[in-house]
Design a protein around this ligand. Structure first.
Ligand SMILES: [Zn+2]
Length: 157
């Protein structure tokens, strides 16, 4: 569901981003890291299968983790990461009801809290998707690549 409100939310969010002329994924990452004052760790999680959930974002011991399913396409991988970045840029820091506990391999100390996939209002998820699309466009312009070669417009966790 795309509404005027989610469109303007996404648009004003990207207008506030201070990115250089030719930003890459790392520039967006640095911008978020500076804003939130903590590092972001991006990694692949082989147990994510991609048909249900392609990416997730959570805070663990002072770091933001963005994990994605193993993907063949670097374009797809970038899109998933940008979707999670968009949640961060929009300030979707979890409320208790938007979190669920999951067990992740490699993270000792028991289950950790991640964003619940169905936790957001449609409006928030729509704004996230739109912002991810706008970010994708910025990166594509910088590299002169087609912005949506496969026609992806799906919503990921
Ligand atoms: Zn999402």
């Amino acid at each position: 569901m795309t509404t005027r409100k989610s469109r303007s939310t996404a648009q004003s969010a990207i207008n506030r981003l201070e990115l250089g002329e030719h930003p890459d994924l790392g520039d967006i990452q640095s911008w978020i890291e500076a804003k939130n004052g903590r590092p972001i760790v991006i990694g692949e999680l082989s147990t994510l299968r991609g048909n249900d959930i392609c990416g997730l974002w959570f805070l663990h011991e002072g770091r933001d983790y963005v994990l994605h399913a193993p993907l063949n396409s670097s374009w797809h991988r970038q899109y998933i990461i940008l979707h999670e970045f968009a949640h961060m840029i929009l300030g979707h820091r979890c409320t208790p009801t938007s979190q669920r506990l999951v067990d992740l391999p490699g993270f000792p100390g028991g289950p950790i809290q991640v964003l619940g996939r169905v936790s957001f209002e449609d409006e928030d998820e729509a704004a996230t998707e739109l912002l991810a699309g706008l970010l994708m466009e910025r990166l594509s312009q910088a590299r002169d690549l087609p912005s949506d070669p496969a026609g992806f417009s799906k919503v990921f966790g």
